[in-house]
Design a protein around this ligand. Sequence first.
Ligand SMILES: Nc1ncnc2c1ncn2[C@@H]1O[C@H](COP(=O)(O)OP(=O)(O)O)[C@@H](O)[C@H]1O
Ligand SMILES: [Mg+2]
Length: 240
Amino acid sequence: MTEGLLELRDVSVSVGDKAILRDVSLTVGAGEAHILLGPNGSGKSSVLSAIMGLAPFEVTKGDILYRGQSIKGLGVDERARVGLGMAFQRPPTLEGVTVAEFASALDASARLATEAEALNLGDFADRDLVVGFSGGEIKRWEVLKLFLQAPDFLLFDEPESGVDLEHIAAVGAAVNRLVSAPARDGSKRGALLITHTGLILEHVQADMGHILSGGRIIHSGPPKALFQHIQKSGYVAPAA
Ligand SMILES: Nc1ncnc2c1ncn2[C@@H]1O[C@H](COP(=O)(O)OP(=O)(O)O)[C@@H](O)[C@H]1O
Ligand SMILES: [Mg+2]
């Protein structure tokens, strides 16, 4: 059995009275990248939000463990401090905080220019966070943000969706570099990625894929084969 870096044990999640996820279990070992696939509204983003501890998602059952410790009771800032980081599908804007100030607050100014260039983001250090960013720029910024934060466990919500084809390879390579970099204690990082297009599979060596449907994991298996199955048959469990 793999040593679980991140483990979801029978996790059910609600927003108010509405049940969103039911009995979701998965274990991502150190050095592993898993992908989450599923139709719109199946609960993929909610899985990442529950792991990150974002409101209004409430874990009503089960537990979430990081490095063997429950993080269910931790706030989002504490989860970030223990090593979790997330590239959002739709990040909030932060008017009055520039990209350069954000990098400086994280002691990451030295990394900003090189990583921005690697993502073809050009000169945007003086822009307020995400204000007026195009869809593709938002995606690339969210990946860049993870280079600045340097979390040990990475959550990506459709990092390639809405990115122009000419930038897809840069985003894929950047995601792969983030996932393959060592954790701060020298051990291996882990990652959970949502992909709609499957393009990220061309760049990241994924170890396991999971199909989410109606808030449940209905099947898990080797990612590329799973994606091919979905392209042919849709988001259903393959026949045994
Ligand atoms: N903040 C929220 N309040 C209420 N319902 C929500 C909220 N966020 C998501 N949902 C609902 O949870 C379900 C799963 O959504 P989501 O996790 O965003 O799916 P996916 O990422 O797979 O498209 C959907 O029915 C959606 O409407
Ligand atoms: Mg989503």
